[in-house]
Design a protein around this ligand. Structure first.
Ligand SMILES: Cc1cc2nc3c(=O)[nH]c(=O)nc-3n(C[C@H](O)[C@H](O)[C@H](O)COP(=O)(O)O)c2cc1C
Length: 188
């Protein structure tokens, strides 16, 4: 199957976005994919804000992107767009760091006024980085994601169905992807 990097761009220690992604990771794993989680907030701030391309955490993150067939990008909506934390990492990746990759963009937010933030803010960035295929994304209202005292995640029924559908479409796109042609002189 495929290797999927699942990236949460929330700076919050109690992030709903991150919890939602880890919940969806399990669905992808059950479908046979190898899922690697990455919470951008765990990358040292001095590396992100100082644009330290050589910092081991940045090098590792770049390698995780390079190795992935598919990338789930999850972000809270901040000021009508995606989080600055997510942007600080994307800015340190190679310009075409998503070439050949299938991408699933997901957002959580407090108001449906910003339901299109994925399409007007995030999608163009992913596209500029060369993503081969950006599948349909999904915006989930924060009030539809409930975290119990024991950490259990409950997603409101309508949102849960929609998320399952976009995750399955992403999984199907990964399965049917066409590998990039081998560069002359290199093994496929
Ligand atoms: C600084 C800040 C700015 C926000 N701006 C918006 C916004 O413009 N539109 C929106 O729908 N929600 C906005 N929200 C609400 C968050 O997007 C929402 O609560 C989200 O689910 C938080 O995700 P997290 O728990 O993963 O950090 C904002 C929240 C914060 C803290």
């Amino acid at each position: 199957m495929a290797t999927v990097l699942s990236v949460s761009g929330s700076p919050s220690a109690t992030s709903r976005t991150a919890r939602l992604l880890r919940h969806l990771d399990r669905r992808l794993t059950a479908q046979g994919h190898e899922v690697v989680p990455l919470d951008v907030r765990t990358i040292p701030a001095e590396a992100l804000l100082g644009a330290d391309f050589r910092h081991p955490a940045i090098v590792r993150a770049s390698e995780l992107f390079a190795r992935a067939d598919g990338v789930v990008i999850g972000t809270p909506v901040y000021k009508a767009a995606y989080s600055g934390l997510l942007k600080s990492l994307l800015d340190l990746l190679p310009q075409y760091g998503l070439v050949g990759k299938t991408v699933l963009p997901l957002a959580t937010g407090g108001t449906t006024a910003h339901i299109l933030a994925i399409d007007y803010a995030l999608r163009p960035v992913l596209s500029s980085m060369g993503a081969a295929h950006i599948v349909q994304g999904w915006f989930t209202l924060d009030k539809d994601i409930e975290v119990g005292d024991d950490g259990t995640l409950t997603v409101a029924p309508g949102a849960a169905e929609a998320l399952a559908q976009v995750v399955d479409q992403f999984s199907d796109a990964l399965v049917s992807r066409t590998p990039l042609p081998a560069v002359a002189g290199q093994a496929a």
